[in-house]
Design a protein around this ligand. Sequence first.
Ligand SMILES: [Zn+2]
Length: 440
Amino acid sequence: MGATTSGEIRAHNRVRLLRAVHDCGAGRTRSQLTRDLRLSRGTASVLVAGLAEDDLLHEEPAREHARGRPTQVPGPHPRGPLALAADVREDAWELAACELGGGTTVLELRPHDGTPDGALRPLGAAIAAHGRRLGHRVIGVGVALAGPVRHGGLVDIAHLGWRSVDVPGVLRSGASETPRPGDPEAPRPDGRGDQEAPPWRLGEGVPGVPVVGNDTAFAALAEARRGRLRGVRVGLHLHVDFDLGGVLVVDGLPLGGASGTGAEFGHMPLTVSDRLCPCGAIGCWGMDVGANALLRHVGLAYGGGRGRAQAEEVLATSEEAVAANARALGRGVAALVNAHDPEVVTLSGHGVELLERAGATLMDSCAPGLMAIRRDDPPPIEGSALGWRGALLGAMESVFDAFLTPEGLERWRENHPDQGHDTPDQRNVTHSTMKGAEPT
Ligand SMILES: [Zn+2]
């Protein structure tokens, strides 16, 4: 649908400008953005002023500028929109507040017992608490999970025995639990907060419905937006944690399948194995790559989301276990390259370390599996630029995708009285896995 009236054109340009600021990591100057978007200087100036007035954008002087007038860099407003993003792994979850441009603040990191209630109810409570504290700044919630996600919220995690877990439902039940003293959702000393209508509730319309997705698909989306798959037409992304997930990324979008469970290359029999996978299939590739396979290789107990620290120790010290992982990874990559002809193969999670520790073994295992027509110019296999943060950042992107629309911005204006703002701060964070280079 084309924008025709001046109001529609203005709304369209507001979205374009915010999208450009978000996608470039708030790293380009106003004049660069003006050129990128083919706006006139006057139009850009009016747009920036309007967006600043709505607490959507804030300009800072560029750190370096040539002679002449100082250059401004549009970025997130200090009272601007925040996406809450969570990465639920098999043994712990991490919750972060993410601003326009992709800047993230980890709010909480907690281990869990591997059950749906043990993992998701405290997360629901934390989301509700921070959502209430951050007020109208919260534009939505994205949640990454280590298993296939059907119909927007039903999750199976075979290793943990999760079958059709209604993730939004369990989060909501955790969110409705009574706040404990000292929690950020407890009534404020000034009496504000609970007396007012809660500004954010799970499951009650936009932005209350969490965007639930598969961790590999989210990691792939993040890689396409601000990592090594940016601008790549066909890419293959593999995420290695306790086991392995993989998805094809076409024109920047992970292929989700008919019901949303597409990111499951880990459950293909790509290596010669007759081991029964908890998913119910025999010989799944993911059984031979990741923390579980590392633990199994050295005779340690594995499964159920336990043993991360021991697996990291094995990864750092056992050449043999690492080589076995790398060989299995290489064989499977060859099969998928034969099938899909990707421009590049990217690895996240433990895949980055496997590549660093045993890249030659991985390549030696991959090469013989390639069809002759693929061997002259095989796609490069590269580590993610986003470290372990991909799943979290992908969850964030999904929230901003829903927000950065004319309707999303209009809703922000309507729901944005000039009161009750707070800023994200870190709570209960002793060790964040959000290491690695800053997103570009
Ligand atoms: Zn399987």
